[in-house]
Ligand binder design. Sequence first.
Ligand SMILES: C=CC1=C(C)c2cc3[nH]c(cc4nc(cc5[nH]c(cc1n2)c(C)c5CCC(=O)O)C(CCC(=O)O)=C4C)c(C)c3C=C
Ligand SMILES: [Fe+2]
Ligand SMILES: [Fe+2]
Length: 363
Amino acid sequence: MPFSPEPPFQHGQVPRTAVLLCNLGTPDEPTTKAVRRYLAEFLSDQRVVEIPRLLWLLILHGIILRFRPAKSAAKYASIWTPEGSPLKVWTEKQAKLLQGWLGQRNHHVKVRWAMRYGSTSIASQLDALKADGVTRVLVVPAYPQYSATTTASVFDAVYQWAQKTRALPELRFINHYHDHPDYISALAASVLRHWKKNGLPDKLVMSFHGIPERSLHLGDPYHCECFKTARLLTEKLGLSKDQCQVTFQSRLGRAKWLEPYTEPTLIAMGKAGVKRVDLICPGFTSDCLETLEEINMEAREAFLHAGGQTFHYIPCLNDDPEWITALCNVTQQHLLGWNTLDTVDPQVLAASRTAALALGAKA
Ligand SMILES: C=CC1=C(C)c2cc3[nH]c(cc4nc(cc5[nH]c(cc1n2)c(C)c5CCC(=O)O)C(CCC(=O)O)=C4C)c(C)c3C=C
Ligand SMILES: [Fe+2]
Ligand SMILES: [Fe+2]
């Protein structure tokens, strides 16, 4: 498909509609200090850790933020790229591609990306969009499966910004797209590409980020959505039940999280004589610490050490064209009813901004 990074806005017009692609966030640098700052913000979010506040603050500041930042920083250093953290690099690239794809379909929208924790924050991007004359914002979480720990937390950040803002844009939110046919097709295409090159494995493991099991009992739909994604993907690939397995990774703390856990499952497979495992992380749309280090380094090592012979990690969707098409279709569905041809002349925008400032408005 012919591709231009910027949409064909006519006569330098500025679009009134924006799409904000929101991901989790990542440290600015792979250093102890930067990781501590990031973890302090992330793990203070009550959507993420739901244990009584005072007790948690004692554990967080007394134990976790003392020891974890140095350990995590070393892991981040092992996956860092010259352009920065992979999560940020991929999210930025996806936003750029989505802008071009939507532009090809004649949607004059501005696509920006933001991070829930760390930089670039959701509030700062919303401020920047408003300053650019945007009056409608579609919030697109980078998470296909809804969880209160991630998706709802992104929405919280938007609401917190909105509470402090006088002239609000129209706002829309995408909850999830775990069963969207184009997302499933993009996953299937990436698996098939891998199998075409490398042949078939004994098992396909689909590893999702875990959450505390308690969240499931309290009504978080995440667990069900992960299983639905996995079922649709295996159906699309034509796999039988014994050819695949769902697992949950990245457990933190002592509480019970969603099971089965990824690494113990891989060890059991290695011990049981499973020779080759291919592992995909369908819930992560960008490669990041949890896929590149925890899976492709640690989990690989554990499987091979337990007697497994071959471990293939299938990369995240990242900038796969099938995935950008899926993102474009999901986004387009939610833009319906908004006039995405609506633009404003930059000179008119600048004049009205000057007039508002002269009347005492905040910049
Ligand atoms: C403590 C609780 C955590 C919950 C609940 C949780 C849910 C959750 N996370 C993701 C996606 C990502 N998590 C990432 C890193 C990460 N996650 C936690 C903790 C919880 N996550 C921590 C402490 C960390 C930081 C790394 C570390 O110190 O181990 C990442 C990668 C970030 C990066 O910079 O690369 C992603 C992505 C989902 C989807 C999810 C619930 C569904
Ligand atoms: Fe996480
Ligand atoms: Fe991890």
